[in-house]
Write a protein that binds this ligand. Structure first.
Ligand code: PRP
Ligand code: URA
Length: 207
């Protein structure tokens, strides 16, 4: 079974409290997503392979371990875009490979509307990013697409997950670890996360 990592840090609660608050303005909301994103990237990238790189300092020759794997950041449109910047801030050489999905409002099933993976060079590691893991459907079919494309090492990174979605995702992809800032209580009848933060895409993009 894949591992579930949930941030365990006092700062995470502060950022989440602001995100969950319905009075938070979109620009502050985006800022808090970015702060949590930075914390998650650091955790989720811990096991990247490294290689020694020779460096000449002003004092002498030395070497430092640098990332040896090619990295793809895979935001699930739209809300996943909110987590792209924190990844690019810390791993600026990554490729950004967008996948477009929306949930059918009645069935809650994900529908793919954009996938150009076959046009790009394969990456060694892919980080699927989406603030919300609700039923898990969008994340599951995104990882399906990445595996079909040929990616061998994949992780899911999100802000809030529902236990139902985490379970479904881990059953579908037992080889893909999940990194979250929080695991919430349950899904409501509309498949929204409770307590959650509402519609992540609407709150990021002020729609
Ligand atoms: C939201 C969210 C995830 C998905 C999660 O996207 O950003 O992609 O729902 O739900 P699931 O785990 O049940 O699949 P939404 O469909 O609202 O699209 P948007 O990002 O364009 O707002
Ligand atoms: N998508 C969201 O944006 N929020 C939820 O709570 C569930 C799905």
């Amino acid at each position: 079974m894949s591992k579930l990592f949930v941030l365990d840090h006092p700062l995470a609660g502060n950022f989440l409290a602001t995100l969950r608050d319905k009075a938070t303005d979109p620009h502050v909301f985006r800022q808090q997503v970015k702060h949590l994103g930075h914390m998650l990237v650091i955790e989720a990238s811990k096991d990247l392979e490294v290689e020694a790189k020779a460096i000449q300092t002003p004092m002498c020759e030395t070497s430092e371990d640098v990332i040896a794997e090619s990295v793809g950041i895979v935001p699930i449109l739209r809300a996943g875009l909110g987590l792209v910047d924190p990844f690019l801030d810390l791993m600026p050489d990554s490729k950004v490979l967008c996948l477009g999905m929306y949930r059918n409002e009645e069935t809650h099933q994900p529908v793919t509307y954009y996938n150009k993976l076959s046009e790009y060079d394969l990456v060694d590691v892919a980080y699927v990013i989406d603030p919300m893991l609700a039923t898990g459907g969008s994340a599951i079919i995104t990882v399906d697409a990445l595996k079909k494309w040929g990616v061998k090492k994949i992780k899911f990174v999100g802000l809030i997950g529902a236990p139902e979605g985490v379970k479904a995702f881990q059953e579908a992809h037992p080889d893909v670890d999940v990194h979250l800032a929080a695991q919430d209580d349950h899904l409501n009848d509309d498949a929204y996360i409770i307590p959650g933060l509402g519609d992540a895409g609407d709150r990021i993009f002020n729609t």
